[in-house]
Design a protein around this ligand. Structure first.
Ligand code: NOJ
Ligand code: NOJ
Ligand code: CA
Ligand code: CA
Length: 711
């Protein structure tokens, strides 16, 4: 069962992508180093606060009140930079841990101003941009950035940049000399600032109270100068800026504060990315403990972007860190998210980050970190590990959770857990693609199984550090046989015996024990594991990963339409989106021998290049419980299907009731017809009377259409 695992480990990372596969020979689905930019499901992401990792070049450090020598003031720059990351890539710290992707702080130039607060806060975190087309000089030059990308790629590591296009920097409406007044530069040329903003580059609606979605989008997040994405200059500027970074060869984008930007503009941004150089993109939509938000699910399913999986992260913290829930709650979250997210395997999971208390609590037991990492790395989703977790770094709240990296010890148990499970993630597709099934549960013990075709991973976890449990009556999909723990007993895992009916012999699960048992075998039938990206246009290329496709070229269909195949191997197919009408499609793979896979649902074909248009309707008076929606004659406006109408529209910040508005991603340069409707809580629909509104959308810029409700 493990014959191919050792092959993979000893193989050169870079060459493994070209390894030939036959039906009888089992090779990894996603070997590290193939740098697949649209499928991260077999990766392990490592999140680096660049300023806090390694100072590889002291000559680029700021001086004076921007800098804290020895990082004694955690709100100052501490010297970390891209050269420091390059050093850690080259000395093997990241690759030996099994890291296959890094997520780094926003690389763009940030404010040089120091805040006039108690600590003299600075932009060390990268979220206070001033010029999205220049680098943060304290992290390095553009050529340093290029060297970072090249060094990472040479070791099979993908590079994800943080990108924060919601805002520039802290600004005050009334005091132009507060910080840098949110000023924006275009590769060195001043564009504008927050006060006297005659071009409307920014919103001027005060700070959000976080009371509802609209309020959070169109008012400032804290005191951050909030971009008006409908401004034609800003729209183009931000889309041009991301292309500059895409041209540097980045492999992914982590989009900051997606809950605080218009959905429509973000969808048009994603279309731009997928049309240019497609990369895996995931947004940050913060959810508190136990918070469930249907807008969050809608965003993950319809924006073209994945999300950080806060439901997963918060729940695992409750179970393993805060003791405010147990495995029943965790299992419920696993089931609920599997149905809430169309592609749950594309959401980015984590146990902590720079905005929460570090998982390792001050009085915590490092064993809990090890257990949490084991669960994270064997669960569905793209796992992200916050720098220093493997060194059991502590720190509650920001900035104590962002201390300088304390050590680079390759022998911590956490480091070894990551190492072991990283190879398993790359070698057993059940971890990338599989469903999750609960097999045995009580409040302390969770035994779950991931399965994809014949590939199976069974994981048993005991969170109690004092109690043992006798595990009887456990069933598994593992074929009969003896299975040794894939963690090599790092967390005390047993060997288990499985009978012919899947019954596992009784065994003891000791305090804090984690066992991982696996089986893998070649598929004789095609199964699709992943498709990326899940949104695109006619002519875009898609990557289909899975098993059992066979070595001879077969057929890929979008609905009933055959796509042209660009490349075909047993585990990976590249196709071109065929010339089909915009809409959602099921994709199937048929082998040359005629066997057809199960459908992979929900691929969205857009009408054309997208632009963000603000639709405004005046005098739309409603009864209590009614809301206004928008529907029209293109896929992006629901194709006249009122259950797919856009909305509910907003009516409080940019315009006020009885005027309603919404920013929508629509096809460019197209004459479209639309109407507004009123819907009540039970779904009853009232149509506007009169003829359809007609509007020709702009080409590669934003637009606004403003009409009166037709009574
Ligand atoms: C969320 C980021 O993760 C956080 O650290 C930052 O301060 C805000 N967005 C604003 O950019
Ligand atoms: C994962 C589901 O398991 C699969 O059935 C579905 O086709 C894809 N997501 C796409 O929605
Ligand atoms: Ca430095
Ligand atoms: Ca905003």
């Amino acid at each position: 069962m493990k014959r191919w695992l050792s092959v993979v480990l000893s193989m050169s990372l870079v060459f493994s992508a070209f390894f030939l596969v036959s039906d009888t020979q089992k090779v990894t689905v996603e070997a590290a180093g193939n740098l697949n930019k649209v499928n991260f499901t077999s990766d392990i992401v490592y999140q680096i606060v660049v300023d806090r990792f390694v100072d590889g070049n002291t000559s680029n450090n700021p001086s004076g009140s921007l800098f804290s020598s020895g990082c004694t003031n955690l709100r100052k720059y501490c010297g970390g930079d891209w050269q420091g990351i390059i050093n850690k890539i080259n000395d093997g710290y990241l690759t030996e841990m099994g890291v296959t992707a890094i997520w780094i702080s926003q690389p763009v130039e940030n404010v040089f101003a120091v805040m006039n607060d108690a600590d003299g806060s600075t932009s060390y975190h990268g979220y206070w941009a001033r010029d999205f087309k220049k680098t943060n000089p304290f992290f390095g030059t553009l050529s340093d950035f290029q060297r970072l990308v090249d060094a990472a790629h040479a070791k099979g590591i993908k590079v994800i940049i943080d990108f924060a296009p919601n805002h520039t920097s802290p600004a005050s409406e009334t005091n132009p000399s507060y910080m840098e007044n949110g000023r924006l530069y275009d590769n060195g040329t001043l564009i504008g600032g927050y006060t006297n903003d005659t071009n409307s580059y920014f919103h001027h609606n005060g700070g959000t109270t976080f009371s509802n979605l609209e309020d959070g989008i169109y008012r400032n997040l804290f005191d951050l100068a909030d971009f008006n994405h409908q401004n034609q200059f800003i729209d183009k500027y931000l889309k041009d800026a991301i292309k500059l970074w895409l041209d540097m060869g980045i492999d992914g984008i982590r989009m900051d504060a997606v809950k605080h930007m218009p959905f429509g503009w973000q969808k048009s941004f994603m279309d731009e990315v997928y049309d240019y150089r497609p990369v895996f993109t995931f947004g940050e939509w913060f959810l508190s403990e136990n918070e469930v938000d249907s807008n969050n699910h809608f965003f993950a399913n319809e924006s073209g972007m994945s999300l950080l999986d806060f439901r997963f992260g918060q729940k695992l913290r409750q179970v393993l860190r805060n003791n405010s829930d147990d495995w029943y709650g965790f299992n419920q979250m696993i089931q609920d998210t599997a149905s809430a997210y169309d592609e749950v395997i594309d959401q980015v999971t984590f146990i902590d980050n720079h905005d929460m208390d570090r998982f390792m609590a001050d009085e915590g037991d490092p064993r809990k970190v090890d257990i949490a990492l084991a669960v994270l790395l064997t669960s569905r989703g793209v796992p992200n590990i916050y720098y220093g977790t493997e060194q059991y770094m502590t720190g509650n709240g920001d900035p104590n959770n962002r201390k300088m990296m304390t050590s680079f010890n390759k022998n911590t148990r956490a480091y070894q857990v990551i190492q072991k499970l990283s190879s398993l993630r790359r070698s057993n597709p059940a971890l990338s693609y599989g469903d999750t099934e609960q097999r045995w549960i009580n409040s302390d013990v969770y035994i779950y199984e991931r399965q994809f075709g014949k590939d199976v991973v069974l994981v048993a976890v005991n969170r109690s550090l004092s109690k043992s449990y006798s595990i009887t009556g456990l069933f598994t999909a593992l074929p009969s046989g003896t299975y040794t723990d894939q963690l090599g007993a790092l967390l005390d895992g047993n060997t288990i015996q499985v009978g012919s009916n899947g019954a596992v012999n009784a065994f003891n699960l000791g305090p804090g024990e984690v066992g991982v048992w696996t089986y893998s075998a070649a598929e004789s039938v095609p199964i699709i594991g992943h498709i990326g990206p899940m949104m695109g246009q006619v002519g875009h290329k898609l990557t289909i990963d899975g098993e059992g496709f066979g070595t001879n070229v077969g057929t890929v269909k979008f609905g009933n339409t055959v796509a042209s195949v660009v490349s075909w191997s047993n585990n990976q197919i590249t196709v071109t989106v065929p010339n089909i009408p915009a809409g959602k499609y099921n994709i199937t793979v048929q082998t040359s021998g005629g066997q057809v896979s199960a459908a992979y649902d929900n691929f969205e074909v857009l009408t054309n290049d997208q632009v963000s248009v603000r639709f405004v309707v005046n005098n739309a008076n409603t009864n209590w419980g009614e809301n206004v929606y928008l529907v029209g004659n293109v896929h992006e406006l629901g194709n006249w299907n009122t259950s797919k109408a856009i909305g509910p529209l907003f009516n409080q910040v940019i315009y006020s009731y009885p005027t309603w508005y919404v920013d929508v991603s629509v096809p460019e340069g197209k004459t479209i017809e639309f109407k507004f409707i009123k819907k009540d809580g039970s779904g009853n629909v009232i149509w506007e009377s009169g003829s359809n509104h007609v509007y020709t959308t702009p080409t590669s810029t934003t637009g606004t259409v403003n009409v009166n409700w037709q009574y």
